[in-house]
Each structure stands twice: as structure tokens, then as C-alpha cells.
Ligand binder design. Sequence first.
Ligand code: HEC
Length: 191
Amino acid sequence: MGAKFTKIKAAILCGAMAMGAAPVANADGMDYETVTDLLHLVMSSDRTVYTRMIVNRLAVEEGVIKASEHFEDDKALVLPAQMFRFGAELVAEETDEFSYSLLSLWPINKQNAPTTDLEIEGLEYIAENPGENFYGEEELGGVTYFTAVYPDIAVAKACWSCHNNHKDTPKTDFEAGDVMGGVVIRIPMDG
Ligand code: HEC
């Protein structure tokens, strides 16, 4: 995986250099946007499947087990957001070629609030423009990143019923199909 991705990225950089600053797609490689779109497709598909087929089915519809942030003590299912973060942490151990996280303007966990200007801009954009993604570039610690923000949607009753009733939520009126937050994917463009 690491080697393959490096190859894709080298091709991206060659393509970008050949065509100027604008992201390009050509026979030699994929532009940054295509790479983050594909990464996101896998992430969001896995996230939806886990929520619908595990959490929503067993916790909401069948009521045989609950989902809890204290899953070890409670002998419960891990929350969809925890499932997502554990995956992101494993990826971060393997590579620094991309990173991702799940953030929100209305976070239950304050650590999931946006911290960079572009994260805030991206989360506001996807909340105001349903169905659209946000793409930009930002410089952090001397490195330029391609940063994409994708809407995280309330796809199952488990999503909004748990958030609306959580003691730490700043928002209690999420409904089906709402943008509840965003997946941020970052690729360093320099090295
Ligand atoms: C059983 C409760 C529960 C369910 C089901 C659930 N969440 Fe969450 N969600 C949480 C909690 C608690 C957090 C904070 C977890 C953490 O970061 O440790 C969280 C985190 C998040 C975050 C990051 C911002 C924040 O609030 O901290 C987003 C975005 C989010 N959830 C969206 C969703 C969506 C969309 C679904 C359905 C696909 C979903 N959640 C299902 C409880 C739940």
C-alpha cells in the first residue's frame, strides 16, 4: 500500500508540475482531488455499513446490545466515530502520506472541533451547501497540504437519536439526511 501510494503521488506531482499549479488528471496519475475522493468513498462506505448493519440493527432495531463510548466497561459496541478514529490512528502509524479525521461544528467531544482556518471554512461550506464537498490548500508548520472536507451525513436513526440525546451535544435537532460534521482528509503536497 505504501509503495503504491508513493507511486500515485509521484505521478500526481509530475502531472501537476507539467500542467502548472492547477490539479490535473492525465494518463500518468491522479490529481489530489481524485485521490481524496476515492479514499473518502472507502471510509464513508465502511462507516455507513458499520452504522446501519451493526449499530443501528443491533442497538436501535433489535435492542440486543448498546453502543457506548465506554465500550469496554459497558461491554458494548464501539461508537461509529470511535471505529473511524481507531482506523485513522492505525493509518497514522503506517504512513504520513495522508491523514484523516472526523470533525464537527457541533461536536459532542470538544476535541473534534475544527482547529485550522481551512477546517472551519470547509465545515461551514459543506453545512451550507448540501451535497457538495470542499477542497483547499493550507500551510501548517511549513508544509503545504491539499485538504478536502466531505459531509458526514445522518444516514441512520442511530446517528441523530444518539447525538440529539447525548448530554454533551451542543445541538439537539439533527434529522435524517442532515450534515452532522465532516471528514477531513489531508495530503502533504511538498514532500
Ligand atoms: C450511540 C451513540 C452514537 C451514535 C450511534 C453515533 N454517534 Fe456520532 N458521536 C457520538 C459520540 C459520543 C461522539 C464523540 C466520540 C469521541 O470523539 O470520542 C461522536 C462523534 C461524532 C462526530 C464528531 C464530532 C463530535 O460530535 O464529537 C460526528 C461528525 C458524528 N459523531 C456523526 C455521527 C453520524 C453521522 C452517525 C451515524 C452514521 C453517528 N455519529 C452515530 C455518539 C454517537
